[in-house]
Design a protein around this ligand. Structure first.
Ligand code: FPP
Length: 264
């Protein structure tokens, strides 16, 4: 499957056959099911080239398109990307407006192709600060691609992990107050299903580009046992080959989920 992407040109890139095999009990078939990406470094990438931050975000959007396709070709089930956080509203209004317009035009331009490639799109995060036009665009994309069977692309916009957890708590508290559920019924499975990522498997591999070593309030519940991969590469320069390296790195790790590995 990996040969399909790299066409055998990149000798250093492993194929599926070359991936270290992992314990079937602990690790499934070697591929992460769910990858989360903090797409950081658009601004620094642009600055390094003497270009505007906007140019960096545009380049970031082109990278996103390539990475969705690569992840899909590699057989990844879910890709969740951090496009705009609940804290990003603090940026200069011009940059906020630019980013929201970029998301809108990205959807407009790319939706046909993504749909044709069977991508299922979903937006996660709060929906209370967007224009009606963007809200319609998001809903249309979700409805149009809802039955697709390919990779699931979650785009986090106006998203914060703590905010998502609090919204789930409020939903469950309201259901308990209405007598629909009893508090002891609130277990990890029900809580997970109440989050924006309901029905998705937990994050296996959490990637952050551009050198910072933090989670930045992204998928806090879902990443409880995620393997972390940090790279200095700025997001616009992130490639399918580097995604493959991250996955190979992941495949070589021993995931114990608090238990013991077979060797212990
Ligand atoms: C972080 O880099 C990036 C963002 C806040 C925006 C992410 C947006 C994209 C990758 C554009 C494409 C997305 C979609 C959904 C079309 P930064 O601006 O914080 O960079 P810096 O830390 O170097 O300043």
């Amino acid at each position: 499957m990996w040969r399909k992407i790299f066409g055998g040109k990149e000798a250093s890139v492993p194929t599926g056959d070359d991936l270290p095999s992992r314990s079937p009990v602990l690790c499934g078939d070697g591929l992460p099911r769910h990858i989360a990406v903090v797409m950081d470094g658009n601004g620094r990438w642009a600055q390094a080239q003497g270009r505007s931050r906007s140019a960096g975000h545009e380049a970031g959007a082109r990278t996103l398109k390539r990475i969705v396709r690569a992840a899909s070709d590699m057989g990844i089930e879910v890709l969740t990307v951090y496009a705009f956080s609940t804290e990003n509203w603090k940026r200069p209004q011009l940059e906020v407006d630019f980013l929201l317009n970029l998301f809108d035009s990205f959807l407009q331009k790319e939706i046909d192709e993504m749909h044709a490639e069977h991508v299922r799109i979903r937006f996660i995060g709060r929906r209370d600060r967007f224009t009606d036009r963007f809200l319609r665009r998001m809903t249309d994309a979700e409805v149009r691609t809802a039955e697709n069977t390919g990779i699931r692309l979650n785009v986090a916009v106006n998203y914060g992990g703590q905010d998502e957890i609090l919204r789930a708590v409020q939903t469950l508290a309201a259901r308990a107050a209405a007598g629909e559920i009893a508090p002891p019924e609130i277990d990890e499975a029900l809580f997970s299903r109440t989050l924006d990522t309901a029905d998705d498997p937990p994050v296996d591999l959490f990637i952050r580009t551009s050198g910072d070593l933090r989670l930045s309030n992204f998928l806090l519940w879902q990443s409880a046992y995620a393997e972390l991969y940090f790279t200095e590469t700025h997001w616009p320069d992130f490639t399918a080959e580097e995604l493959a390296r991250a996955i190979t790195d992941f495949a070589g790790r021993s995931r114990r989920f608090g238990g013991l590995s077979e060797e212990d």
